[in-house]
Design a protein around this ligand. Structure first.
Ligand code: SAM
Ligand code: DTB
Ligand code: SF4
Length: 313
């Protein structure tokens, strides 16, 4: 639903500044108005093309400009992708997300990826892609193939973007988001917390997301996974409560969106994850790998869900 009035950064910063208990209470109250508070959506990720990316995103293990030991892979075969999607479905994931380390897809590659989308849809799962910037006409092709979601993050507040990425602008990413939405595909768009940004920048990112009008259907809040060899390998540690506050601010400003507790769960305690769910996170990546870094084992997540009385959907 379109938000009637734009949300400004000052207003989000005021939410951040609330006493922790007041903030969490507000977030949990809003959450219960729109969602079953004990249900968490689960998506599984697969890197369909790893490493060798032309871009210089300071957090990323897959930039060709850095020595992170990842190397340069080829686009996976359709059969490999189908097998991985089947396995994810058997483990209970309802959405299968495929990511590629590209600035954006070439038309020939897009045609191969479209076959992958069709295969995932044939299994009865939702399909999500994250391929980078899209050229005119590409979003329409993906929509025609039945793609449900396109993930494309704003990553950080506009004022901090060029401290992290110089090879493309945030405005270019906005244009891709608009073309995805224009083609009728749902948007998964969020960012990364813990890259040395200020609270003001975090508030500005949340305001930008909430003002996409309507807000993204899915909002991944990633905790930086500090990867050796990247410029952010020694990023200053973030107070974990500040991460929880960010989730709460996303929940309050985007009440009907799924807020995804995204990268960084492997580095979090069960208690910190529980606080994130309390603050309104209701979606996770499920399966023991993200794109290049680790994620909690499925058995660990099953046990955590059981301890918290959560159900997957
Ligand atoms: N190349 C495409 C793009 O940049 O849009 C798709 C893949 S890219 C790896 C997808 C997202 O993963 C990034 O926008 C970023 O938000 C997230 N990401 C990448 N590396 C990360 C890290 N080390 N820690 C947290 N999030 C990360
Ligand atoms: C998103 O916001 N987070 C996911 C997904 N979209 C593609 C990626 C997280 C990547 C974490 C680092 C890695 O595994 O390389
Ligand atoms: Fe490339 Fe995406 Fe990594 Fe940036 S985040 S370097 S565009 S794979």
């Amino acid at each position: 639903m379109p938000s009637p009035t734009p949300i400004d950064t000052d207003a989000v910063e005021a939410l951040f500044a609330l006493p922790f208990n007041d903030l969490i209470y507000r977030a949990q109250t809003v959450h219960r108005q729109h969602f079953d508070p004990n249900q968490v959506q689960r998506s599984t990720l697969l890197s369909i093309k790893t490493g060798g990316c032309s871009e210089d995103c300071g957090y990323c293990s897959q930039s060709a400009r850095r020595d992170t030991g990842i190397g340069r892979g080829k686009l996976l075969d359709l059969e490999e992708v189908e097998l991985a999607a089947k396995a994810a479905k058997e483990k209970g994931a309802t959405r299968f997300c495929m990511g590629a380390a590209w600035r954006g897809p070439k038309d020939g590659d897009l045609d191969k990826v479209i076959e992958m989308v069709r295969a995932v849809k044939n299994l009865g799962m939702e399909a999500c892609l994250t391929l980078g910037l899209l050229a005119p006409g590409q979003a329409e092709k993906l929509a025609a193939a039945g793609l449900d979601y396109y993930n494309h993050n704003l990553d950080t507040g506009a004022e901090y973007y060029d401290q992290i990425i110089t090879t493309h602008s945030q405005q270019a990413r906005m244009e891709t988001l608009m073309s995805v939405r224009g083609a009728g595909i749902k948007i998964c768009c969020g960012g990364i917390i813990g890259m040395g940004e200020s609270r003001r920048v975090r508030a500005s990112l949340i305001a930008q997301l909430a003002n996409l009008n309507p807000p993204p259907e899915s909002v991944p809040i990633n905790h930086l996974v500090a990867i050796p060899g990247t410029p952010l390998e020694n990023a200053p540690p973030l107070d974990p409560f500040e991460f929880v506050r960010t989730i709460a601010c996303a929940r309050i400003t985007m009440p009907t969106s799924y807020v995804r507790l995204s990268a960084g769960r492997q580095q979090m305690s069960d208690e910190l994850q529980a606080l994130c769910f309390l603050a309104g996170a209701n979606s996770i990546f499920y399966g023991d790998k993200l794109l290049t870094s680790g994620n909690p084992e499925v058995a660990h997540d099953e046990a955590l869900f059981a301890r918290l009385g959560l159900t997957g959907c």
